[in-house]
Design a binder for this molecule. Sequence first.
Ligand SMILES: [Ca+2]
Length: 90
Amino acid sequence: MTLQDQMIEMMKVYQHYAAADGIQGSLSKDKLATLASAEFPTLCQNQKKDDILKGIFGEMDMDGDNKISFKEFAIFLGSLTIALKESLEN
Ligand SMILES: [Ca+2]
């Protein structure tokens, strides 16, 4: 799988969860929680997952409109990739 293929998969994941309640184009807090449960199972086994998700949502929602746009999602995934690399190296 090429990096381009993986980016397309990332776009599909966003679109899948963003369209979950029939309102496309953004992720609400509930949709983000559903996405996190399915795509980040290790995180969601953490007892503090609600606090963690609340913090993540706040960090992701850069314009403060209480929704996660694709741009905000993509930027956050970049930061998350850096954090994951650091955690795997330690
Ligand atoms: Ca936003």
